[in-house]
Every structure is written in structure tokens, then in C-alpha cells.
Design a protein around this ligand. Structure first.
Ligand code: NAD
Length: 429
């Protein structure tokens, strides 16, 4: 197998091997190997000090056989075209697997938002929306939050879209604040969906250990919620990290919610050892804790490793050192192809991103549906529907993996491709 860790090249390898297994129609395979539209925009921004800086933005639409393009908007200094191409392709696969009527898209701006003031961030978001306003829309392309974007930013997108297009922008974007048309439960959905999928997967794997230990890399929208939900459900969270560093407490971190408060206040996690409501480095010895880097977190002796930050963090360099029995991918694309092969040889089960983190887009679909149909579901209703979707997807992926004698990743791709092929067969002339 050709090894390439450029995320888009990697996606093509994954697409080829899974489509070979089901002899996917050649024309459809050719369509999926390319993107329907690649839009690159230039965003001049007047900074607070009066100077003008130019940022680069993207909206990539991979495929819309199943419905409007759908995928997040990422603000990060490493945003680039090949990353966006891969992320939009993974959205096509994920949406097909979790069975929502969307195709795949992704977008982003090459910027470190932490260097911008609130005013600059809003002006940049509105400028980006103006540049992409003709290609997005409730029935064309529906963005959502991703790394470094949040409900407030989604509300700016909706408001600017409405202003520019002179029509209601509510269903143009998901992940909005609840009082601005967002769905109950969307904020927590990726983490909650992850928890449902992990519990269902552990049953399938007959992994019965009480209080399994877990390390979570990334403490943003995805990482903090999955850590908190798992802790409430009897898992022992022993390590967490953000981009600046992390903590490892072999006896278990006492209270993820306390940690969240301290991260909000300080802006970072490192040194946050909590005793009662006091989370401080001075408690490190008392808690038997150790400071770790985000990279060290990946190789800790835990039962379950959850990468929930960025792609390509598990590579051929560190895969051999991974001690977890299960890698549960909450980030998109955290494992390179070479690493995947090493983990498989070591007998480590990888539960793939397009299954594990699909709860986010499932509830984005619920939000879009509620907006278009003027409905308002309660959080309980949302989570009940989410649980059903996640458990059904887990069932089908494990069944397919058994049937095709293949990995859970390839099984997920096979299911997604079969779904897309069945809809495409009916649509084509
Ligand atoms: P976020 O911006 O809320 O949080 C990202 C976290 O990762 C932060 O804690 C940040 O400090 C940390 N981080 C960044 N670089 C790091 C590094 N080098 N090492 C360790 N930690 C690092 O983003 P998010 O929404 O939580 O997204 C995280 C991942 O989950 C991404 O891969 C994203 O595409 C994926 N995802 C997000 C959603 C969603 O609903 N937000 C849905 C599906 C998948």
C-alpha cells in the first residue's frame, strides 16, 4: 500500500482500498476522488491599530449526492488546502455513515484567532461570510463549528448571510446559540455521541473492565465534553491536555467540571491539579500527579486513548509506543496510515473518527431540521434520537467489519460508500 501522510493523499488511499472491497462503480469512484468546488478567498482585515492584514480562507465542497454540503469552519494557523480537501471528504463519508441527508464540505481561515480581538474576529468572520455567501445556504451548503470556532461565530455567519442575501439565515449554519435558533444539546453533541458510541463499542468488543482508564488529548468543545460525560459514567479519566500541556494523575482526575472552570479562567490546563475547588500546581504532589506534554499523553499506560485535538498526531514514530487497548478517534484524521498498520499489528482496536465523532453532525442535522420545520426539541429528545443513531451506526459497523473481515475504519467506509452508491444509482441518468 502506498504510504502518504498528506491527509488528502491518505484519504485517497482509504477510498481506494474500501471501494475495491465492494467493486464500487468506476464513475462514482472518480467523482469521489475529486471535489465539486474549491473556493479560496482573500480576506483583507482592518486591525484595531488601523493596519490592514490579509488572511486566506477556504470553502471546499466535496460532494452533494446525499444532500447539501455540510461541514465545519476551522480557524487555525495551519489551515491549508490539502487539509480542507481531506476534511471535506471525511464529512461526505461521515454523513453517509450516520445517515443524515448531507454531502460533505469544510472551510476555514488560516489564522490564529487567539491573536485577534473580539472585534477583529467578528469583522473577519463577516468578511469571510460575504466572500462565501453565494455558495452557502440552507439547501446548498450548511457550515458548523470546528476547531477554534463556536456558537457565537456561527451566529455572526447567520446574521451576515441574512444581511447580504436579504433573507432569513437561520438554517444556513448549525451550532448556533440556542437563543438564536441553535438546537438544545448541539454544544455537547459530539462528546455525548462519542460516549454513546464508545459504550456501545465496548459491549461489542466484550471489554468489561470496571472503571477503564482514559487519556484525552484536546480539551476544547469535543475533548472537554467527552471527558466529562465519560467520568460521569464510571470511566476513570487519568490524563488530559490542550495545546499548551497537560496533567496525568494515575488515580484519576477528580472533577472535569472544575478543570473546565479553571481552563476558562486561565486559558490553559497545565498545572491545574484540583483538590476540592482549588485547582493549582501546588496540589500536584498531593494528587500524585505529573505534568505532561500533549505528545506524552498519547503513550500513557491507559485502557482507552482519545485523540480529540488535531489530525495526524498518531504516526509511525509514536504508534509503536502506544499502550492503550483502544484508540477512540474523536478528532478528525488523528491516525496516519502507517500508524494504523502498526496499531493493527499490535492488536490495538481503532474506532474510527467518522463513526466516533459523528454525533456532532447528527445533532447539526437535528438543528437544521428543527429550523426548517419551525420545531423546538428538548435536550432529552435530542439526546434520545442521538443515542439511537449512534448505537445503530456502531451495530452496522461491527457487523460489516465481521462480514468483510476488515478493520472498523474500512467497514465504516464500506457502509458509507454503499449508501452513497444506492442514492447515486437512483439519481443518475
Ligand atoms: P476546539 O477548538 O474547541 O478544541 C481543540 C482543542 O485541541 C483545544 O483544547 C486545543 O488546545 C487543543 N489542541 C490544539 N492543538 C493541539 C496539539 N498540538 N496538541 C494537543 N492539543 C491541541 O476544537 P473541537 O471542536 O474540540 O475539535 C477537536 C477535533 O474534533 C477536531 O479534529 C475537529 O475537526 C473534530 N470534530 C469536532 C466536532 C465539533 O462538533 N466541534 C465534530 C466532529 C469532529
Amino acid at each position: 500500500m502506498k504510504k502518504n501522510n498528506n491527509p488528502w493523499e491518505r484519504s485517497l488511499v482509504e477510498l481506494k482500498s474500501s471501494s475495491d472491497k465492494i467493486s464500487l462503480n468506476d464513475m462514482l469512484l472518480t467523482l469521489l476522488k475529486s471535489h465539486d468546488r474549491i473556493l479560496e478567498v482573500s480576506l483583507p482585515l482592518k486591525m484595531d491599530d488601523g493596519k490592514i492584514k490579509v488572511f486566506r480562507g477556504f470553502r471546499i465542497q466535496h460532494n452533494n449526492i446525499l444532500g447539501p454540503y455540510k461541514g465545519g469552519i476551522r480557524y487555525h494557523e495551519q489551515v491549508n488546502l490539502d487539509e480542507m480537501k481531506a476534511l471535506s471528504f471525511w464529512m461526505t463519508m461521515k454523513n453517509a455513515l450516520i445517515d443524515v441527508p448531507f454531502g460533505g464540505g469544510k472551510g476555514g481561515i488560516e489564522v490564529d484567532p487567539k491573536t485577534l480581538s473580539e472585534g477583529e474576529l467578528e469583522r473577519l468572520t463577516r468578511a469571510f461570510t460575504r466572500k462565501i455567501k453565494d455558495v452557502i445556504g440552507p439547501h446548498k451548503d450548511v457550515p458548523a463549528p470546528d476547531v477554534n470556532t463556536n456558537p457565537k461565530i456561527m451566529a455572526w455567519v447567520a446574521s451576515e448571510y441574512a444581511k447580504q442575501n436579504g433573507k432569513d439565515g437561520i438554517a444556513v449554519v448549525t451550532g448556533k446559540p440556542v437563543d438564536k435558533g441553535g438546537s438544545e444539546g448541539r454544544k455537547e453533541a459530539t462528546g455525548m455521541g462519542g460516549m454513546y458510541a464508545l459504550i456501545a463499542s465496548l459491549k461489542k468488543l466484550r471489554f468489561n473492565k470496571k472503571n477503564p482508564t482514559v487519556a484525552v488529548q484536546g480539551f476544547g468543545n469535543v475533548g472537554r465534553y467527552i471527558a466529562s460525560f465519560l467520568q460521569r459514567n464510571g470511566f476513570k479519566i487519568v490524563a488530559v491536555s490542550d495545546s499548551k500541556g497537560g496533567i496525568y494523575i494515575p488515580d484519576g482526575i477528580s472533577d472535569i467540571e472544575n478543570l473546565e472552570k479553571y481552563k476558562e479562567a486561565k486559558g490553559f490546563l497545565a498545572g491545574c491539579y484540583c483538590v476540592g475547588s482549588v485547582c493549582d500546581i501546588s496540589n500536584r504532589e498531593k494528587r500524585g500527579g505529573k505534568d505532561i506534554t500533549p505528545a506524552e499523553l498519547l503513550t500513557l499506560p491507559v485502557d482507552i486513548l482519545i485523540p480529540a485535538a488535531l489530525e495526524s498526531v498518531i504516526t509511525k514514530i509514536n504508534a509503536g509506543k502506544i499502550q492503550a487497548k483502544i484508540v477512540f478517534e474523536m478528532a478528525n484524521g488523528p491516525t496516519t496510515i502507517e500508524a494504523d498498520e502498526i496499531l493493527e499489528k499490535k492488536g490495538i482496536t481503532v474506532i474510527p473518527d467518522i463513526l466516533s465523532n459523528s454525533g456532532g453532525v447528527a445533532v447539526s442535522y437535528f438543528e437544521w431540521f428543527q429550523n426548517l420545520n419551525n420545531k423546538k426539541w428538548t435536550k432529552d429528545e435530542v439526546f434520545k434520537k442521538l443515542k439511537q443513531k449512534m448505537e445503530k451506526a456502531v451495530d452496522r459497523v461491527f457487523e460489516t467489519s465481521k462480514k468483510f473481515k476488515t478493520t472498523l475504519r474500512e467497514a465504516s467506509y464500506i457502509l458509507a460508500l454503499k449508501k452513497i452508491e444506492s442514492v447515486w444509482e437512483n439519481k443518475k441518468d
